[in-house]
Design a protein around this ligand. Structure first.
Ligand code: IPE
Ligand code: IPE
Ligand code: MG
Length: 249
């Protein structure tokens, strides 16, 4: 059955040869290169992060319109505390202001906002903004948008093991399913497609448990420069892959 395009981005996707019935259900993005984008123009790193926020607004809406069910983005890693204090503070403030400013638009666009990471360790005012954003969008039925904040894959696995031990799980019941169920948000399906901007060929500790069989797409374009063209290109590449999960095609 031929897909009927509903909107601009679907129209563009069809023109690029994308099968709208075979989209990745869950896309995860390592939004990297904000700093390089800024310093390359002689500007401050924090300015680059603000530009990155503008990109995220567009990519979230495009993903929703395309028909992606889950979008998960790496906003601040558990290792990013190693950066200079003013950059860390600036990022926390940017995320907080964005959460407050965007909640209304998220509701209008039927986006359900979500978070993963050690949220209890971020500044309290940010925690409050995030809980408010989640609560106000919890009834939405469209794309599930997950912000990974103070997130580390090893921290998540460590926290999962602690949870299992604390709940008295007997060792013969500790298996891959049990560990998956103990992750920060077990309702999220594993990412089908993992995108990294700015060219680095590494995981940087993002979703290392869940991305075991994700398809990877790395672009040299920095995050502030990323847009619908690159999103479409990533999905085109994804649809050319043969996923085997260790078996045979
Ligand atoms: C990614 O951009 C955003 C965060 C880590 C918060 P970077 O800040 O890592 O940008 P580069 O890698 O220094 O260019
Ligand atoms: C990964 O980018 C973290 C986020 C995008 C939030 P980094 O810039 O922190 O990763 P490394 O340090 O290059 O591995
Ligand atoms: Mg970086």
């Amino acid at each position: 059955m031929a897909s009927i395009a509903q909107n601009d981005i679907q129209q563009r996707a069809l023109q690029a040869g994308i099968d709208l019935e075979q989209l990745p259900r869950h896309i995860a993005i390592i939004m990297d290169g904000n700093g390089r984008f800024a310093t390359g123009q002689g500007l401050k790193r924090l300015w680059g992060h603000t530009q990155g926020y503008m990109t995220l607004r567009d990519v979230l809406l495009d993903s929703a319109k395309l028909g992606i069910e889950y979008l998960t983005v790496y906003a601040f890693s558990a290792e990013n505390w190693r950066r200079p204090e003013d950059e860390v503070k600036g990022l926390m403030k940017l995320i907080e202001e964005a959460a407050r400013r965007e909640t209304k638009g998220l509701i209008e666009n039927n986006v359900r906002a979500n978070t993963i990471g050690r949220i209890d360790e971020v500044p309290e005012s940010l925690q409050n903004a995030l809980s408010e954003m989640k609560a106000k969008t919890s009834g939405n039925t469209g794309i599930v948008f997950t912000l990974a904040i103070n997130y580390g894959g090893r921290a998540e696995i460590t926290d999962a093991v602690r949870k299992l031990v604390e709940s008295g799980t007997p060792s013969d019941q500790i298996n891959e399913e049990a560990i998956s169920r103990a992750m920060y948000d077990p309702s999220l399906p594993e990412p089908d497609l993992m995108i990294r901007t700015a060219g680095e060929l590494r995981w940087s500790n993002f979703l290392i448990w869940q991305a075991a069989y994700s398809e990877l797409f790395v672009t040299d374009v920095t995050w502030p420069e990323f847009g619908a063209d690159q999103l479409i290109e990533a999905v085109v590449q994804y649809q050319k892959r043969t996923r085997k999960f260790g078996g045979l095609a």
